[in-house]
Design a protein around this ligand. Structure first.
Ligand code: HH2
Length: 300
């Protein structure tokens, strides 16, 4: 165990571990999502330019079919995004994000019953998505990009994923720099959880995410997966997104995104062993098996 990070301003008086001694669940409009076993979250990007599935799910019919397939393969939740956050990506205007997202969201909502999260940093997009059946907000800026995001989620009563990122997608891989990556990410996430709670989001509705690949070197990403326990110790469920990411390609002699499944599997197994309760992935069927075997071994 590392020493706990110093408490950030504003979080004094809040218990460090809201889940201590309790079974974690997320309460969503689609129902209660139990986190006693790690949940496989399937990725559906309604974007032309996502690094791995760009262009594939822009069409609502194809997206709905892919969603149904992912749920049949074991996804407990799906994450829909309409703005790529890959390194170097430029921001998408709100109208364009909504134009891409809403038809896909409506089709996916009609096709599956599992909770749907919307991957956005804009409160207006989150609100529109919740109005069309989204159940969870996944904000890679952790509520920093839009001052209205945390209060919107509090008002809607939906869970929120708060992710760490150093810099912005346009610049984040230029020169990632930390003194102590695990301590700094933990401190940041604890501060953002405090901000979310201060805005009225229930502690039980907050999920934390180290933001693998968001302003991090290969060594930083590996260290965060290795020391996930330090983030789990903050007391909130942790989501990890390693799927097909660039650091795996760099560890595997420059392999492209399509060749990173086994690398993804290794990183997911270690993340689950470290306490991850949600894993965000493209390859649901394969990763469901990885999670099942990892959890069986952990429980043996
Ligand atoms: N990674 C990506 C996007 N959203 N959200 C969370 N909470 N955690 C992540 O690790 C995460 C995320 C990037 O992956 P992807 O959606 O596949 O690509 P793109 O951003 O190019 O659409």
């Amino acid at each position: 165990m590392v020493a706990s990070p110093p408490r950030p301003p504003g979080s004094e008086g809040l218990p460090r571990s809201p889940f201590a001694g309790r079974q974690a669940v997320l309460r969503t409009p689609a129902g209660v999502l139990a986190l006693d076993r790690a949940v496989v979250v399937g990725i559906l990007n309604a974007t032309p330019d996502s690094f791995s599935d760009g262009g594939v799910h822009l069409d609502p019919g194809r997206a709905a079919a892919a969603a149904a397939e992912m749920v049949a393969a074991g996804a407990g939740m799906l994450d829909l995004g309409a703005e790529s956050t890959r390194p170097g990506a430029t921001p998408v205007p709100r109208e364009e994000e909504l134009r891409r997202l809403l038809p896909v969201l409506r089709a996916v909502r009609a096709a599956v019953r599992v909770p749907l999260s919307v991957d956005t940093t804009k409160a207006a997009v989150a609100e529109a998505a919740i109005g069309e059946g989204a159940d969870v907000v996944n904000d890679v800026s952790a509520g920093r990009a839009d001052a209205a995001m945390l209060s919107s989620c509090a008002g809607a009563g939906v869970p929120i994923v708060l992710m760490h990122m150093q810099g912005t997608p346009a610049t984040m891989q230029a020169e990632p720099c930390y003194g102590d990556v695990v301590g700094e990410v933990a401190c940041f996430l604890e501060e953002r959880a405090g901000a979310a709670r201060a805005a009225g989001i229930a502690a039980e509705q907050i999920v934390l995410d180290p933001g693998i690949g968001f302003g991090k070197t290969v060594a930083h990403n590996c260290r965060l997966v290795r020391r996930l326990d330090a983030l789990v110790a903050l007391g909130y469920p942790v989501l990890v997104g390693v799927s097909r990411k660039g650091f795996l390609g760099r560890l595997l002699d420059g392999r492209d995104a399509g060749g990173r499944l086994f690398g993804t599997a290794a990183a997911v197994a270690l993340a689950v062993a470290g306490g991850a309760k949600l894993v965000r992935v493209h390859d649901v069927a394969a990763i469901r098996d990885v999670v099942a075997v990892t959890e069986a071994v952990l429980g043996a």
